[in-house]
Each structure stands twice: as structure tokens, then as C-alpha cells.
Design a protein around this ligand. Sequence first.
Ligand code: GLA
Ligand code: ZN
Length: 674
Amino acid sequence: MKTITKAPILFRGGDYNPDQWLDRPDILEKDVEMMKKAGMNTATLGVFAWAKYEPQEGEYDFAWLRETMDRLYAAGIYTELATPCGAKPNWMAKKYPEILRVQANGVTDHQGMRHNACPSSPIYREKVHNIIEKLVEAVGDHPGLILWHISNELGGDCYCPRCQTRFRDWLRDKYKTIDALNHAWWTGFWSHHYNDFDEIEPPFENGEQSLLGLKLDWRRFTTWNMTDYVHSETELLHKLTPNVPITTNLMEYFPGLDYHYLQKELDFVCWDSYPHWGRPDRSITTTFAMTAFDHALIRGCKRDVPFFTMESTPSLVNWHEYNKLKRPGVNRLQGLQTVACGGDGVQYFQWRKGRGGTEQWHGAVVDHDGRDDTRVFKDVTETNAALNALTPVIGSLPRAEAALIFDWDSRWALEDAWGMQIQQKNLRETVCALHEQLGRCGVDADVIGVEESLDRYKVVVLPMLYMVKPGFGEKIRQFVANGGTVIGTYLLGYVNDSTLAWLGGFPGDGLREVFGVTATELDTLYPGERNTAAFPDGSKAAIQDYCELLETTDNTDVLATYGEDFYKGYAVATHHAFGKGHAYYVAARMDADGNAKVFRAAMAQAGCTMQTLPDGVEYHCREDERAVYHFYLNTTETDKTVAVPTGADLLTGKTVSGEVTLGRYGACAVEVVK
Ligand code: GLA
Ligand code: ZN
């Protein structure tokens, strides 16, 4: 069994802030008793405790931390210890104003809020090192310490003079000559030629917004710079406590950092999961599907190591536009889904509601009433019991026959591009919907970056992969030539790694030959406008938003054609045999039924293990040397009957076989021993 920390547990805990309650020892005593009762086995401590650890520069107090860790450990609860760098103390900002961040409009922040220091500041880094060293001196040897949680939800960029200088140095290092940069950024446009690296400014809000290469490189630099900052923490921690693994809490589809790059500093990844349950414009089933995508995206950052959810809410958050309670059953199913998708733990923000501050109305396991018999407390306890029953799956990994490619650079380039639907390109919705499309056929899919090897997959999907970096075309060509199946969509391969358009027709970098198509033009529809895709069996699918006009080669099979407009009769979905494999292309944003036709055909041809699932039932699969674990989740309020393999349902301990009926938000986890 490959566990992510020394503790062979399925993590069940949450953010615990005793530092806000030090004047209430009665409450602190009770917390640990209640955690036991709720079935918790971990607590995340000290995320924002810097001002308690170091109330004045050079004055420290870790006694309360050690006592808390002792109390927790005595009750069988491990500590995940944060480095407290998510928020700096007031005294520090006052004494060292150069550590304040500068915004994209050039204005320096006042002290306040959190995630608010310049990651380049040598003084800040020195202070961080110092507090980490003191923390390790105080509790680094504690038997309850199982992992480090670096800072909190890293993100944000800083436009201070120091960060600007680092940016220019980073550019010098990358491009070597200013000519190479001018070429990559296409600076002949609007007379934006640079004579020297010193002339370059970051893309200030009221500054240079027209060079897309500059914007992209700023985002890459920001990732590099933040990762360099993280490295300054991880390097020290690895030296001081070599046996304690390191993670940080990522944020699903976060725009600010390329997690495929940042993950290199982490031993395993975690994320904070706050879906919008109960939005009137989105079904719970769709919300679950989006969450499954987010799990796949995050776990794909380190696909051979389990992950877990560092945070989720047991009831509601305080920062959605409308803060709605989770309906009964949803929290349990969300927890089970996390495990089904490869997670080895489910944790909450937070254990106990604080009395003040902006998060005073954020859900917590223990409410202001301090009771352990509330609906939420009971729900968490029941969920923990179900999670505990899933302990045999820990260390196993998702079994995915398919992968979708997602690339932060490509996403940024597409979001910044002036064209198509400028504001609403809907990349996330599209990738999610296609992930769900595979899932509906019972095929669990990874979501991976462009650098990962494709060897283990039968099908690889390139959804709106606008940027194709030189060499990626060759990788896909090899994959297909050797027998793989690839599905590309509209907007594939328009630009290279500098955001320059590929010349000679799209998709670029040699992909036209693989797909047997050339996309010559792109039509963007207004909201409400529709085209149709007409299939040979007479069925039609609706098309919205994007329609590419394709030229096909003689060997390309046309699977469907446009039903309307001047390009009526042009190919909209195609198949092309290439080498030993197959390349499918979908040239328009078709509805789910239309996509299903192409995707099903592709998966069947690729030999994927498909199943027929009732609407609203999700299937996920994990595997280790010992067994295969099949998860069926009913994301609806009506009973659903599913066909299951013969094995033990870990949630009930009973053997199941044939068909199982899952009630409202019900689930089963069938262990089939090898
Ligand atoms: C984030 C943060 C937590 C808390 C929660 C509230 O995930 O990491 O500190 O603010 O949001 O939902
Ligand atoms: Zn800075």
C-alpha cells in the first residue's frame, strides 16, 4: 500500500484554529473530544497563526501549539502543520514596507487581508525562513506531525520594482537576445519594438496589453517566481524534517498559476473543493460532473500519487453570491466522490466557526452553538464513518483508459486572444463537458498536461487546445501512428508556444496530416444562434458558438455535415485512419448527443471498456496490486439501478452482484479482489 504520509489513514479532518480560542481552554478541551466523536483523524493547524507564533519581531510562543498537538495526538488525531505564510503580521508590514505587494495598476497594497506579501522580497523570505526554523525547533520532532502544508492557496502576482527586475532577468535568460524576444512577441505590431530588455514593463492594467507574448510570459514568470518562493520553503523543510512530506492547497481551475509547473515542488497535491451546489441554473448532477473534472485536473498534476481535498465545507460557504446549504446527502456523496476519483482524504474548512471576521458565517463542523448533535455535525460523523469504510482503497490509483489534455499556457493564450467570443470562450465548460461525455460511457478519464507521456491511454482528447507547442504535434503523430485514438476539436493548434499563429493551415505543427483536415475559417455565432450537425442516420445535433469550416483529404471519412448556413454540407465531424490508429475531429460546439455519437464511435474503435449507466450515475475506478474498486454514485434524488461486478460493497460490507439500486445520493464501492 502506497500511502502519501507515514500514517496509513484516509484523511478525515479539517482546518483547526485553536489560536483564535486561546482564552477558552474549556472549548479547546471539548474540541478534541468532539473531533473524536465525529470520526476525525487529522487537523490542519496554524494556517494563519504567524501573529500568534511571533507577536513581536523575535518574540515567540509555540507552547499552545505543542499543547494542542499533544492533545490531538493523545486522541489519535494527526497534525498537518501549515507554514503560516498565508498572512503576515502587522508589525512586519510596518517595519518592512518593501514586502507589501504591488497591484497590476502599480499601486502598493496597504497592509491587510491575506496572501499579501511580495514573493521576491529577500526580507520576506528571510522572515519566512526564520519562522519555519522556529516552528521546526518547537514541534518538528512531534510524533503527531504528518505533513507540511505550505502557506495557503498560493497565488497573485506582484508588480513591484523588484519583481519587474526579476521579470526582465527571467526574459534575458529565456530569450538571450532582444531580437529573439521581438520576434516571439511580434513587436512590429503597433510599433512596439524593444531596443533593450530594460525597456520592458510587465503588462500593467493601464500599460502594455497588446502584446500577447508579453502577457503570456508574465504569467509564466509569475508561476516561476512563486514556485521559486515555494522552493525556498520546501528546500528548508526537506533539510530540517526530511521525513515529513510537503503539500499545499491548490484551487481547481485556478487562473493564476500553472499547477503543472508548481507541482514539482510538492510531494503530493491537495485542493480546496467548493462547488456551487444548488445553483438554479445547474443541476446537482452537472455540479458533481464538474467536481469530478476538477479532481481529475488536480490529480493529473501528479498522476502517480494519491491526492486529497484539503478543504471543503460541511454545509455552506460565505463567499458565493448566494450561500445555500448543501441538501442532505450531498456532503456524504461529495466525500465519496473524492475517494472514487482517487482522493485519499476529505477535510473541511473549518472545524469550529470563528466568532468574528469575514468568515464568521462560513459553514463549519461545529457551529456557534457549540453542539455535537446538529444536523451538520451528524452528517459529518456519518460521512466520516462511510469514508472510514473505504480505508482499503488508500494508495490505489485511478484507472483511466482515456485522457484529456489541458495546458495552462494554452488556456491563458486563448483567454487573452482577441477574437472568437472575446469574453466567453467557455474553455472550462467545454473540457468539463467532454470529460463528462467520456464518463457517461463509463470511461474514467485523466486530465493531464502536455508533457505527460500518453503511453497508458487508448484515447486522448485535445479539447480546444489552441496552443500546440513545437513537438507536441509529433507526439500526437507518434501516439496515433502506434495505434492510439485521438479526438481533436475546433480551435486546435492555432498558435505556437509564443502565441504566434501557426503558418500553413490549422491545426498546426503537423497535425493536419494526422487528422486529415484543415480548418480554413472560424465562424462565431451570437448567443441563441444555432446551426445543426446532420448525421447519416438522419439524426441531428444542435451546434452553438463555434463552427470551423473544414477542408478534408480524400482519405478522410465525413461523419456529419453542417445542416444550415452557407457552409451547409461542409464536414463538421470526421474520422481519419492514420498509421495503426485513428484521428477524429469535431469542428463545432455540438450538443452532448452529437458529441456522444463521435466519442462513442472513437472509444469503441479504441477498445475502451464501456458501460451503459443510467442518467445521473457517475462511475469511477481505482486499482492497486490487490484489487479493483468500482464506484457508482447516484447524483440524483431518484432511485437508480446499476449493473455491478461481483464483489464486496465496502460501504455496507455485503457482497453485491448483478444489479444494485442506489437511493437518493446513494453510492456503492465494489471491491473486486484480483
Ligand atoms: C479557502 C481558504 C480558507 C477559507 C476557505 C473558505 O479555501 O484556504 O482559509 O478562507 O477558503 O471557503
Ligand atoms: Zn514584488
